[in-house]
Design a protein around this ligand. Structure first.
Ligand code: ADP
Ligand code: MG
Length: 678
C-alpha cells in the first residue's frame, strides 16, 4: 500500500465509508491525511463529575447499568450511569443500540460530550466513549472538526484518519532540510500527526505553522520563478517620449497626484525594456487609476502598437471608452478608441474585428467579448486589466495569447489587501500602491442611521436632489426573500416610486436584468434622467457618476467592510460633498464593524479589520484566486507570510536545484500552470 492507494484499503474503511469520503473529495490515503480540519473542539481537560458545568466536558469514569430499549418504533435509547470518585451522572445515546453491549463494567473509559439539561435532568447526550488504555481518537483531547457530509461525521473521519496514522508517520520531508531547522519547523509527518491529533494547543499551533509555511513558501517560489521566466522572455520595447507625456498632462483638467506620477513613471520605465512588464496597480476606489491606464496606453499607441483594456462589465467598458476618448482627444487620438462588448450586433462586431486586425495603434476596450478567438489585434504590446480580481487566470491567458511577443500587462485593482499579502498572492507581479486620493476630494461623510430616522434621511436626500445631485440606494437582495430579513432592490424601488421623496425619478438596476437593460438604466442615470438609482452591488465595481453625491445603503450588516467601502466610493467623486447613510435594520447597538466604516475612510484599515473580525474569507473570498487558495496559512499572519516569502527568495538566490526536491517541484509546476500567463 502507498499514499496513492485507495482509502478503501485502510483497516476499518470499507466500501461504504470510502464512497462517503469520496463525496468529500477524498479518494486516496494521502487525500485523507491532507483533509484539513475546519476547526477544533477542546475536550482535553478531564474534569470531576461534581465540578462540571453545562458545555463540552471530558470525564474519566467507570460505567454501570448500560441498558438499551426501544421507546417506540424508530427511537432506541441506551442509558447508563457513569461514576468517578466524586459523583455519578447519566449518559444517554439515541439510536445507537450497539452501545449497551460494547461497554464493559468496571473498566475505565474516557467520556467526551456535551453536558446539559434534558428536560429537568442533567445528563450527557450521545457522548463518545473510549477505553483509557488505548489511543484516544474521539475523546480526551483537542478534537478536529472536519467538513462533514450526510451519514459521515467527524467521529468517523477521525477514525479513518487514525487508521492512516502509520502512513502519516512515514511521510517524507518535502522542504529543504536546512529550512526546516533554520525556521524551527515541525517535520512534515509530525505536522500532519499533530494537525489531526494535537497534544495541546501549542502543538497544534506548530503543526499549522509548518503546513502554512510550506503553503506560502510554495506559492512564493512558484511566482518568483514565473517572474524570473518573464524577465527572460521578449516583449516590445516602448520608448518613452517626454513630449507626449507632457502634452498629455498639460491637457488634463487637474494635476496628477504624486502617487499617479510615480505609478506612471514606473510603467514607463518597465515598458521601455525588452522584457514584459507585469505590474499590479492597487488603489482604493476613486484614487484615479484610469488616468494611469490612459497615460500608459498613450505611449504604446503613439508608436503604432495596439493596446487592449479589459473591463469586467459592459457598463464599465463603455464608461472607460468615453473617459479615454475624452482624455485622448487633445492628442488627436480619440478616434483610436474602439469599444467591443457582447451586446453589439453581428455586423458591428464584424466591422470592428476587421478594423482590429488591420489597423495599428488602436486602443481596444471591452469585456470578455475581446477574448473571443476571432479578435486578433495586430501588434498588441500592452494589456490593461481593470478590476483584475474579477478575471480568472484562464481569461487573462487567453488575452495574452493574442500577442505575438509577450505583452506588457498592467493590472488594476481596488481590493485593498496589504502590500505584503499582495506580494504573496501576486508575487509574479510588481506592486504599485496609489495611497492618496486626488486633491479636491472631501472625505465621504458616513452616518449610521437608526430605522426611526428614515424620514429624516429621506429629507436630506431630497435636499441634495433639489440642488441637482443624484442618489444611489443600495440593497443586498434583488427580490424579497422569506429566508433573509433584508431589504430588496425591487421592493425598495416600488416604495420609492410611490414618492416618499417628492418628484423624483427612480431607476432600478440589478444583476438579474439583461446586459442591455442594465446599460440603458445606467446610461439614463449618467445623463441625469434619473434622480435615484436603486440597485444591488452591481454598481460596486468602478462606476463613475461624479454628480451622484448621496448613497443610502439598506441592511448594511449584510455587506463586508471592504465592500461597503467600495460601495460608498461611488459617491463623493467630484467637488461635491459625498454622503453615505447606512440604514440599520434594527435599533440595536450597531456592531463594531459598522462603526469602523463610519469612522474610517481607509480601505486598507477596513480590510485589515475585516480580516481580524471575520477571517480571511471576508477579503480573500472576493479575490477568486481559485487554485491558489491558502488552506492553512492565514492572510492575517503577516509574520509567517513574510518569512516564507523571504525563504523562497533565498532558495532562488542560493541556486539550489528544484529538481532535487521532487514533491516541491511537482507542486510548483502545478501552481505555475495556474499563475503563468504565457
Ligand atoms: P478609480 O481608481 O476608482 O478607477 P477613477 O480613475 O475612476 O478612479 O477616478 C475617479 C475620479 O477622480 C474621476 O472622476 C477622475 O477624473 C478623477 N481624478 C483622477 N485623478 C485626479 C486628480 N489627480 N485630481 C483630480 N481628480 C482626479
Ligand atoms: Mg476604476
Amino acid at each position: 500500500m502507498t499514499l496513492q492507494s485507495s482509502v478503501e484499503e485502510l483497516n476499518g474503511v470499507g466500501p461504504q465509508l470510502a464512497k462517503k469520503l469520496q463525496i468529500l473529495g477524498i479518494s486516496t490515503v494521502f487525500d485523507l491525511i491532507d483533509y484539513i480540519p475546519r476547526r477544533y473542539d477542546d475536550y482535553s481537560d478531564i474534569q470531576m463529575i461534581s465540578q462540571i458545568k453545562p458545555g463540552l466536558v471530558t470525564l474519566r469514569v467507570v460505567i454501570k447499568q448500560a441498558k438499551g430499549r426501544y421507546v417506540r418504533r424508530g427511537l432506541h435509547i441506551t442509558e447508563a450511569v457513569a461514576s468517578d470518585a466524586t459523583s455519578s451522572i447519566k449518559l444517554v445515546w439515541f439510536n445507537q443500540p450497539y452501545r449497551a453491549t460494547g461497554l464493559k463494567s468496571n473498566e475505565e473509559y474516557f467520556i467526551s460530550g456535551e453536558f446539559g439539561f434534558s428536560g429537568r435532568q442533567l445528563n450527557i447526550t450521545n457522548p463518545s466513549v473510549e477505553s483509557v488504555s488505548g489511543f484516544p481518537v474521539n475523546t480526551a483531547r483537542i478534537l478536529p472538526i472536519y467538513r462533514e457530509t450526510k451519514g459521515l461525521n467527524s467521529k468517523q473521519i477521525r477514525k479513518a484518519v487514525h487508521s492512516a496514522l502509520p502512513f502519516i508517520r512515514g511521510l517524507d520531508e518535502t522542504l529543504p532540510s536546512n529550512l526546516v531547522s533554520s525556521q524551527k519547523l515541525y517535520s512534515r509527518s509530525k505536522a500532519y500527526e499533530s494537525l489531526h491529533f494535537p497534544e495541546n494547543s501549542e502543538d497544534l499551533a506548530l503543526a499549522r505553522k509548518r503546513l502554512g509555511f510550506e503553503e506560502v513558501f510554495r506559492l512564493s517560489l512558484a511566482s518568483l520563478l514565473v517572474k524570473k521566466e518573464q524577465e527572460r522572455s521578449d516583449a516590445h520595447a516602448i520608448i518613452f517620449s517626454e513630449v507626449l507625456a507632457q502634452s498629455f498632462v498639460k491637457h488634463l483638467p487637474f494635476d496628477l497626484t504624486n502617487g499617479q506620477r510615480r505609478a506612471v513613471w514606473s510603467v514607463y520605465q518597465d515598458i521601455q525594456k525588452k522584457h514584459p512588464m507585469n505590474r499590479l496597480l492597487e488603489g482604493d476606489v476613486g484614487s484615479g487609476k484610469t488616468v494611469v491606464a490612459a497615460m500608459s496606453a498613450v505611449m504604446a499607441l503613439e508608436k503604432g502598437f495596439q493596446v487592449a483594456l479589459l473591463a469586467p462589465t459592459a457598463l464599465l467598458a463603455r464608461q472607460h471608452a468615453d473617459t479615454l476618448s475624452t482624455l485622448l482627444e487633445p492628442l488627436g487620438m480619440s478616434e483610436r478608441v474602439q469599444l467591443l462588448v457582447g451586446s453589439m450586433n453581428a455586423k458591428q462586431k464584424a466591422n470592428l474585428k476587421k478594423a482590429i486586425r488591420e489597423q495599428s495603434g488602436t486602443l481596444l476596450i471591452g469585456t470578455h467579448a475581446i477574448l473571443e478567438a476571432d479578435v486578433t489585434p495586430k501588434n498588441m504590446a500592452l494589456i490593461i486589466v481593470d478590476e483584475q480580481h474579477r478575471f480568472g487566470v484562464e481569461q487573462r491567458k487567453k488575452l495574452m495569447k493574442k500577442a505575438k511577443l509577450v505583452p506588457h500587462v498592467l493590472s488594476m485593482t481596488a481590493t485593498p489587501i496589504p502590500r505584503s499579502l499582495a506580494l504573496t498572492l501576486y508575487g509574479e507581479m510588481d506592486v504599485t500602491l496609489l495611497t492618496e486620493k486626488p486633491g479636491n476630494r472631501k472625505p465621504i461623510k458616513t452616518t449610521l442611521v437608526p430605522p426611526t430616522d428614515r424620514k429624516k434621511i429621506y429629507e436630506s436626500i431630497k435636499e441634495q436632489l433639489s440642488v441637482g445631485r443624484q442618489a444611489f440606494v443600495v440593497c443586498p437582495l434583488v427580490r424579497d426573500s422569506d429566508l433573509l430579513p433584508a431589504k430588496s432592490a425591487e421592493e425598495t424601488y416600488e416604495t420609492l416610486r410611490k414618492g416618499p421623496i417628492k418628484q423624483q425619478i427612480v431607476g432600478l438596476l440589478h444583476g438579474k436584468m439583461k446586459p442591455a437593460e442594465k446599460d440603458a438604466v445606467m446610461q439614463k442615470f449618467l445623463n441625469k434622467e434619473l434622480d435615484i438609482l436603486v440597485s444591488t452591488t452591481v454598481i460596486e465595481v468602478g462606476v463613475d457618476v461624479p454628480n451622484a453625491s448621496v448613497m443610502l445603503v439598506e441592511s448594511p450588516e449584510r455587506f463586508g467592510l471592504a465592500q461597503l467601502h467600495q460601495l460608498r466610493g461611488r459617491v463623493g467623486r467630484s467637488e461635491h460633498q459625498g454622503h453615505c447613510y447606512l440604514m440599520l435594520s434594527d435599533s440595536h447597538q450597531p456592531s463594531r464593524r459598522l462603526r469602523a466604516v463610519e469612522s474610517s475612510q481607509d480601505g486598507f484599515k477596513l480590510a485589515e479589520l475585516d480580516l481580524e473580525i471575520r477571517g480571511p474569507g471576508a477579503i480573500y473570498g472576493t479575490l477568486q484566486h481559485g487554485d491558489l487558495d491558502l488552506r492553512i496559512a492565514k492572510l492575517s499572519d503577516v509574520q509567517l507570510i513574510n518569512s516564507a516569502r523571504k525563504a523562497a527568495q533565498e532558495f532562488i538566490d542560493s541556486r539550489q536545484n528544484l529538481l532535487d526536491y521532487h514533491e516541491l517541484h511537482q507542486h510548483i509546476t502545478q501552481l505555475q500552470k495556474v499563475t503563468q500567463l504565457n
